[in-house]
Ligand binder design. Sequence first.
Ligand SMILES: [Ca+2]
Ligand SMILES: [Ca+2]
Length: 75
Amino acid sequence: MKLTPIAFALGTMFVSSAAFAAADFVTVDVNADGQISMEEAAVKVPEMTAEQFKAADANGDGVLSADEYAAAMAQ
Ligand SMILES: [Ca+2]
Ligand SMILES: [Ca+2]
């Protein structure tokens, strides 16, 4: 039964990674400036259309902040 805790830990890891099926912010923010440009979204989140990007850009500054991206991914 010594393997049981390890199996449980592995199972927990898989569950955790499944919760991040969508690319997470730091992955999409290729140049690490803390914002996601439309170009970065197009490369890392190709299923996001320009219309969806603009809808996610709540303050209309042309880039997505971490909060804006998280809100868009939560929909
Ligand atoms: Ca960026
Ligand atoms: Ca914005």
